[in-house]
Write a protein that binds this ligand. Structure first.
Ligand code: ADP
Length: 595
């Protein structure tokens, strides 16, 4: 959430205000221009009908009530029905059109935001809480819609209505119109004053809302930890604090916004009182036209609502613009890690992977220092070392989730930064401890390994992964659902599906993070066997936790504090003593073979 801070109380000048708005219109107005035009025409018709309804009052008063012209009663009544009919239908069409445009725009913007988020580097997801991302995708698109709606409605409906009503007022009584419009500047000054305060509060509210979502998400994902450590109270307290915060900010925004009402109502009261006094005076003393007077009063009363909304226009727009700005912050984020302009497609069937004097740091503290290691074609290289040594970091660098700060990662002698990111990652398969499956069918999860794989290939991969039998024993076989995060399956089953997914990928490089949690002997054997098949004909890096794995590895690199401290086979390293022999005593579990 750090990219929100610092901007909270920042001053927003006119150029910063118009910037996002102009952009929003440029990007989202054109596709809907014709429909907008239709909606605006409808709103103009409705505005004219409103003006006509004020105008006709003069005829009603003068022709019917004063001249008592019976013949005109039906005509005028007919015209009145017609005016309201037109107004009703025009309003209907404009609001339906606007709503549909709005819905389609929200959907479009949400897709763009989701794309922008997916495109980000791994580091983005470590920097930003899920809640923050969720709020941006769900709420900011809606804010963009309301900004555009507000502008179209204000200009189309309110401004036109106001203009046509003022026209009626001017026609009926020019002098009085001029005098009653003097009030406008007072209203505008008062409203502008409220603006700054609302802006600050609105932005804070969005941030706090994101905190609420983050707390909920962490509680749900970590529910086992929460329950077994009895963290409910602590979480409840942070949640409570966040909700109280949102409540107070919402109240503040509401209070500030509502403050425009007493201001506007009082001014409106003064305006009407003035008109009654002045108009009454004209009629009593100068025998002015009473129809014109009532028509004027009607127009004034009708003008009140749109004028009030227009006065609040800036205030409401400011609230939506907070969301629009936050939306563009996401859309404008450029991932640091991108394919070089002259990058080439990676194309290789077998790979020699070399880390050449690699330096790396996530932040300030160096994590890898001058690390060099090589995995020859079709070899199995085991990385061992105490936790925090940098083993997972090596994986991240081979996948190019990050770039080294010094040195290079080479595949068959080519710096991986020369390859396009996508093509590089197509050549790498990852099997981690915490196997993540997506809610969907077993078949779909395996097929994620290689989009477009045939059913026969999927089943073959499942067989190689020793997963076929248990899959077929499930109620719907390959069409069974795995549940959210693979919740319907046991840990060992999830791993075998993840192995099948990796087998299907047919990638020449395999990154394998062995599970630390022990499974029962049979499951352990099934998985070892599946992994054995998976490793065949690939260059494998394995973060090893099992004795069997290090014994079978072609080369073992012993890492400590970001450096390679020992290198060799199991026998060589055991003979050598040092960290490896020490770790052997502490770290390696006996594998399923019981040896
Ligand atoms: P290993 O896999 O050997 O346990 P890692 O590669 O995960 O070690 O971590 C090496 C060091 O880098 C550790 O000190 C760890 O705290 C740090 N580290 C790992 N991931 C990150 C990250 N995303 N941001 C900051 N530091 C990290």
């Amino acid at each position: 959430m750090d990219f929100l801070k610092g901007r909270l109380d920042g001053f927003t000048g006119p150029e910063q205000k118009l910037g996002p708005l102009v952009r929003l219109f440029r990007a989202n107005f054109r596709p809907y221009a014709r429909r907008y035009a239709f909606a605006v025409v409808m709103m103009v018709i409705a505005a004219l009908a409103t003006a006509a309804s004020a105008y006709i009052i003069r005829e009603i008063i003068n022709k019917i009530f004063i001249q008592k012209n019976e013949g005109l009663v039906f005509t005028i009544a007919g015209v009145i029905v017609l005016i309201y009919l037109v107004k009703g239908f025009a309003t209907y069409f404009s609001s339906v059109t606007l709503t549909k445009i709005g819905n389609s725009m929200v959907a479009r913007l949400q897709r763009q935001l989701y794309d922008a988020v997916l495109k980000q580097d791994i580091s983005f997801f470590q920097r930003h809480a899920l809640g923050d991302i969720v709020v941006r995708i769900s709420q900011n698109a809606a804010a963009a819609r309301s900004a555009i709606d507000l502008i179209v409605m204000s200009l189309g409906r309110d401004l036109f209505t106001l203009i046509s009503l003022v026209a009626v007022m001017v026609v009926q009584n020019p002098l009085m119109s001029l005098l009653s419009l003097v009030i406008a500047p007072v209203a505008i000054y008062g409203i502008t004053h409220l603006l700054g305060k609302v802006r600050t509060a609105a932005r804070k509210e969005v941030v706090t809302l994101a905190q609420i979502i983050t707390i909920v998400q962490e509680s749900v994902q970590g529910i086992r930890v929460v329950k077994s450590f009895g963290l409910e109270d602590r979480l409840r307290r942070s949640f409570e604090a966040a909700t109280i915060n949102v409540e107070q900010l919402s109240n503040r925004i509401a209070t500030l916004s509502a403050r425009s009402s007493p201001l506007m109502e009082t001014l409106g009261g003064f305006a009407i009182a003035f008109v009654v006094m002045f108009g009454g005076y004209q009629i009593v003393h100068y025998n002015a036209d009473p129809g014109a007077f009532f028509s004027f009063i009607t127009a004034l009363l009708l003008a009140y609502e749109p004028a009030k909304r227009l006065a609040r226009f800036n205030l409401d727009l400011e609230k939506s613009l907070v969301g629009v700005r936050m939306m563009y912050e996401v859309l404008d984020l450029v991932p640091v890690l991108q394919s070089a302009p002259d990058a080439v497609e990676a194309r290789f069937d077998s790979a020699t992977v070399t880390l050449d004097r690699v330096d790396f740091a996530y932040g300030e503290a160096p994590v890898l220092r001058g690390l060099s290691l090589t995995a020859p074609e079709n070899s199995v290289v085991a990385l061992v070392g105490p936790s925090g040594a940098g083993k997972s970091t090596v994986f991240s660098l081979v996948e190019r989730f990050y770039d080294p700060t010094g040195g290079a990662v080479l595949i068959n002698g080519t710096d991986i930064r020369r390859f396009t990111v996508d093509s590089l990652r197509r050549h790498v398969a990852l099997v981690t401890q915490d196997t993540f499956l997506f809610d969907g069918t077993v078949a779909a999860n395996i097929a994620d390994g290689r989009p477009g794989a045939s059913r026969a290939e999927i089943e073959a991969a499942a067989r190689d992964a020793n997963a076929y039998d248990f899959i077929m024993a499930m109620p719907d076989g390959f069409e069974s659902r795995v549940g959210e995060g693979g919740g319907n399956l046991s840990g060992g089953q999830r791993q075998r599906i993840a192995i099948a997914r990796a087998i299907l990928r047919q990638a020449p490089i395999l990154l394998l993070d062995e599970a630390t949690s022990a499974l029962d002997a049979q499951a352990e054997r099934d998985i070892q066997e599946a992994l054995g098949r998976l490793m065949q004909g690939r260059t494998t890096f394995v973060i090893a936790h099992r004795l069997a794995t290090v014994r079978d590895a072609d080369i073992i690199y012993v890492m400590d504090k970001g450096e390679v401290v020992q290198k060799g086979t199991h026998e060589e390293l055991m003979a050598e003593g040092g960290l490896y022999a020490h770790l052997r005593a502490l770290q390696f579990r006996e594998g399923g073979e019981g040896g």
